[in-house]
Write a protein that binds this ligand. Structure first.
Ligand code: NOJ
Ligand code: CA
Length: 590
């Protein structure tokens, strides 16, 4: 399949806050396109589909690890940080991918699992066999398995301790994740230097940022729980200083599966910044909770909590990713409810979470898929899509662990879903062939051919979001409503440069959502918006004006939403809101 050539290749914009307005797309290299017919996706394949991603409106790719690895944890078990796994391609192909992405004003951030390595890494091999040698203290060794008693186990399905005995060194080593992933010892200056050296290696290659995998866990201590220890924050501050000084415009993104205040700590402060971005783990499960409980209360609660972050910081919002839908950040009662709704088959569960893709989680309900994406694209922060979710791909719970939702991208109804020309038995994982999500039904080609497909719908929402900087740059205020199923918030942005006519104008958008499985009418109270005109951001239709008391009644159909442009009485009147004019859909050519 090929796509119409982009009209122009302008290169990268210089905006240092680019990540605040960007739409991100997570794609595992292994899963997207196999360019050489060996059954595994590769860098060349990914590069061949940049036109598709650009057409969709993606600004930045997030690539999970493609380093040298025995692939016992999807590549998060690295055996050489400076080499590309040969089945994925070469360093030159990666450099080429970055160049081709940049030509399209598309950026690339890559995963950097710095907390641990694979046991296969040369550092570990040296460390276990030569305790006095240069790598002797590269890992966390102990004569007992009783140190750090407050540290929890993360992979509860597979591990019963954070310590493993090494028969060669005859000592225990510490591991936060699988026992084949020993933790690096950040107390060692040589480890810290080696990590900074790797950061520079990839940033020198033009990469636009790094996702700092498992970032809370760098240091352990006897007193603490090994999550966000002060020394961990000190290390990130130093790393940030280096990045800002030597690679301005590149970003650090924290993967910290923690409560809001703890995650917020990874942004640092205005004076001592740490990461530019951090994933918003607490908000995600509450979206799923709201959909099934038909109440917005949990979302209202979490969105009303103020977690101050530096002005240049941005949350990363997501619905799904390559891991299980983690339920660590919800209380037990809610967790049990979510297992009941979303993981009724025990095979759907994994650790403390649910290993399913978005469309099957939502039972392929178009209304719920649209509602979930409307939240994703209007909550504060930058949205992260997971490859395949834009076409509502299914999963395969009969595969092991999180491979259930890492199956090949479905491009066409042809052999191997157009992912590969290999013998189907040779694919790294089988393509989805279930009744509802079979690749002959769910694929990019057929959705391109249907103007009302999920793919076209998502693309339209992405472009609408991008036409309104308020979503990336504005504040959020939750507004009270008189209905439990309704969520209302207003996004407000003061704009920039309006005196010169350049830059963004100020803007306010009222976002309303209903989680009810029946139509509802509800009243919003917002005295600060009294007298404001409301117009639909997509079609430009006029809605009832907010009255003098700041009240307006809205009617929403089953599980639907509106994004309404707010024009206050003192602002210059606007007739309709501009709808972004999209170029016609590219015609797939085989
Ligand atoms: C977090 C990654 O997202 C996950 O896939 C991986 O298993 C762990 N870190 C360990 O590296
Ligand atoms: Ca290949």
């Amino acid at each position: 399949m090929s796509f119409t050539a982009p009209i122009q290749l302008p290169g990268l914009t210089r905006d240092p806050l680019w990540y605040k307005r960007a739409v991100f797309y997570e794609v595992m290299v292994r899963c997207f396109v196999d360019s050489n017919g060996d059954g595994t996706g590769d860098l060349g394949g990914l590069a061949s589909r940049l036109d598709y991603l650009q057409w969709l409106g993606v600004d930045c790719l997030w690539l999970p690890p493609f380093y040298m690895s025995p692939l016992r944890d999807g590549g998060y078990d690295i055996s050489d940080f400076k080499r590309v796994l040969p089945e994925f391609g070469t360093i030159d192909e990666f450099r080429d991918l970055v160049r081709r992405a940049h030509e399209r004003n598309m950026r690339i951030i890559m995963d950097f699992p710095l907390n641990h390595t694979s046991v296969d890494h040369e550092w570990f091999q040296q460390s276990r066999s030569d305790p006095e040698g240069p790598y002797g203290d590269f890992y966390v060794w102990s004569d007992t398995d009783e140190k750090y008693p407050n540290v929890r186990i993360i992979f509860v399905d597979t591990e019963d301790s954070n310590w493993a005995f090494d028969p060669v060194r005859r000592q225990f080593y510490f591991h936060r994740f699988f026992s084949h992933q020993p933790d690096l010892n950040f107390e060692s200056p040589a480890v810290r230097d080696a990590i900074v050296d790797i950061v520079k290696f990839w940033l020198d290659m033009g990469v636009d940022g790094l996702r700092l995998d498992a970032i809370p866990y760098l240091y352990e201590s006897e007193e603490g729980n090994g999550e966000g220890e002060p020394k961990t924050h000190d290390f990130i501050k130093e790393l940030r200083e280096t990045v800002d000084r030597e690679y301005p415009g590149r970003i650090l993104l924290a993967e910290a599966n923690q409560w809001p205040r703890e995650v917020a700590a990874f942004f640092g402060s205005e004076e001592e910044p740490e990461c530019h971005m951090a994933f918003d783990f607490p908000v995600m499960p509450r979206i799923f909770y709201s959909l099934r409980s038909q109440t917005a209360t949990e979302l209202v609660r979490i969105l009303s909590e103020t977690t101050d972050i530096p002005g240049a910081g941005a949350w990363g919002v997501f619905l799904r990713n390559h891991d299980e839908l983690t339920l660590e950040m919800v209380d037990e009662e809610y967790r049990q409810a979510m297992y009941g709704w979303y993981a009724y088959d025990p095979r759907m569960r994994s650790n403390i979470g649910i290993r399913r893709r978005l469309a099957p989680l939502l039972d392929n309900s178009r209304a719920e898929l649209e509602l979930a994406h409307a939240l994703l694209f209007s909550l504060p922060g930058s949205p992260f899509l997971y490859y395949g979710d834009e076409i509502g791909m299914g999963d395969n719970i009969w595969l092991n662990d999180r491979d259930s939702s890492r199956t090949p991208m479905q491009w066409t109804p042809d052999r191997n879903a157009g992912f590969s020309t290999a013998d189907p038995g040779k694919l790294y994982l089988p393509v989805v062939q279930s009744l509802v999500y079979h690749y002959s039904l769910v694929n990019v080609e057929s959705q391109l051919a249907q103007s009302r497909s999920l793919l076209h719908w998502i693309r339209n929402v992405i472009h609408t979001r991008k036409a309104h900087p308020v979503f990336g740059l504005g504040d959020l205020k939750v507004l009270p409503t008189d209905h439990d199923s309704a969520l209302a918030f207003v996004r407000s942005y003061a704009g920039t440069g309006t005196s010169t006519g350049l830059g963004d104008p100020p803007e306010q958008v009222l976002c309303v959502f209903s989680f009810s499985q029946n139509p509802i009418a509800f009243t919003i109270t917002a005295p600060e918006l009294a007298g404001a005109q409301l117009t639909d951001l997509f079609g430009g239709a006029r809605f009832p004006t907010i009255d003098e008391q700041g009240r307006v009644t809205i009617t929403l159909g089953t599980q639907t939403f509106f994004w309404l442009k707010v024009v206050l009485p003192q602002e210059p009147a606007t007739t309709t809101t501009a709808i972004p004019v999209l170029p016609p859909a590219p015609v797939p050519v085989r």
